[in-house]
Design a protein around this ligand. Sequence first.
Ligand code: TYD
Ligand code: MG
Length: 447
Amino acid sequence: MSKVTSKFVCQSCGAISAKWIGQCEVCKSWNTMIEEVHDTPRHKTQVPSDFFKTVSNSCDDYVRNTTVFEELNRALGGGFVSGEVVLIGGSPGIGKSTLLLQILLNKISCIDTYLYISAEESVTQVSMRAKRIGVDNQQLLIAATSSLEQICAALEKSCEHSIVVIDSIQTIFSSLIQSPPGSISQVRYCTQELINIAKKKGIIILIVGHITKDGEISGPKTLEHMVDCVLYFEGEKAYDYRVLRCVKNRFGPTDEIGVFSMESDGLHEVQNPSAFFLSEHNENVSGVSVFAGIEGTRPILSEIQALVSYTNVAIPKRSSIGFDSNRLAMLVAVLSSRCRLSFANRDVYLNVAGGLRIVEPAIDLAVIAAIISAYKQKPLSAGSVFFGEISLSGEVRQSHCAYIRAKEAKKLGFSEIYCSYKTEDFDNQIDIGITKIKNIIDFNKNI
Ligand code: TYD
Ligand code: MG
């Protein structure tokens, strides 16, 4: 026997009331009181004798299900783990459905049931896409439904070694929740039900999530907390390449990326991203530098372009694409204050070529180099690559993985790296020149 009690909780401030009221008495918000029913058990809860297990017992089946895409396996930290729930977000039309269908069309190790549940497209439309990709998998089954109850009933029958795609969570709805599909309660409830099934049956579930205009997966942030792995599929529609970025991973490292290019027959892996992003690099132009970056564990070289132009406007513009504008403003301030370069009547524009977005602070030195080169209208010396974080005092700080960056630069034919004075020596391990910089004041004088 259990005792059921109910109370009304304000969703805005958490105030509790015994009966329903239209306006919260504490925070004065309207229509925020929601009933919460509590079931108090009269009996003591029993736990089985093997409730707690030792670490080695509970991770017997830690097998990686590797896909045909090496880039995806890398982003996942080796491959899917059974019972894993992965959320994939991205702007509309970026290629989420294409990527997931392509994953299922190709064989995945240890998987023998491939299910694609589309709540956005009909079975014919998904089949047309599969035909366009041109890979055939007789084991792939497609269903078009948006009912969570139907999906759960179907998944209850499937066994372990299954992979399921749900496209998308915002269009799935449960008849037990009153609010419309895509609302916070629907999205949260449907995700929780799918996670329960995945954990119970050990099946892998890949969920597509739409993103808001701010670039985050729509629905509550808790959605990202609930799932095991969160991937973002990014890219500019104007460019063919797409970056799969892992932002959360319970079974592997985060910050890994996978690079793909969208072609007429689906997505293809980009084996050498640095060569891809530098394909149009021209060394004899002022305002252009090359940054040796690290994405996850992998080095990626990219081109940084700067333009410094005169303006009569009282507040000159600092604008950037692919790089944080506030950081650009800070670097311009450091340059004007430490190197005595005047930016008072000059606009500064910065662009990371190819539409790449870089958040690593080591890009600072490459940005400074491009801006100084644009300011002086003088190309940087040929074959140079830059990395290093700049502090407000103008000091160049050390960056991690210097050796990996230098090796990648050498591989792509660069002959000189510019980095912090604290960078370790490579002891003739790579045949590349190293210019160590202590402060951007000396660096500015030598350009
Ligand atoms: P889609 O997977 O439908 O995007 P999302 O699910 O993220 O909304 O991708 C649609 C875009 O991809 C569309 O603009 C066409 C393009 N595309 C190709 O260029 N080649 C292809 O083989 C496929 C299937 C799609
Ligand atoms: Mg889609």
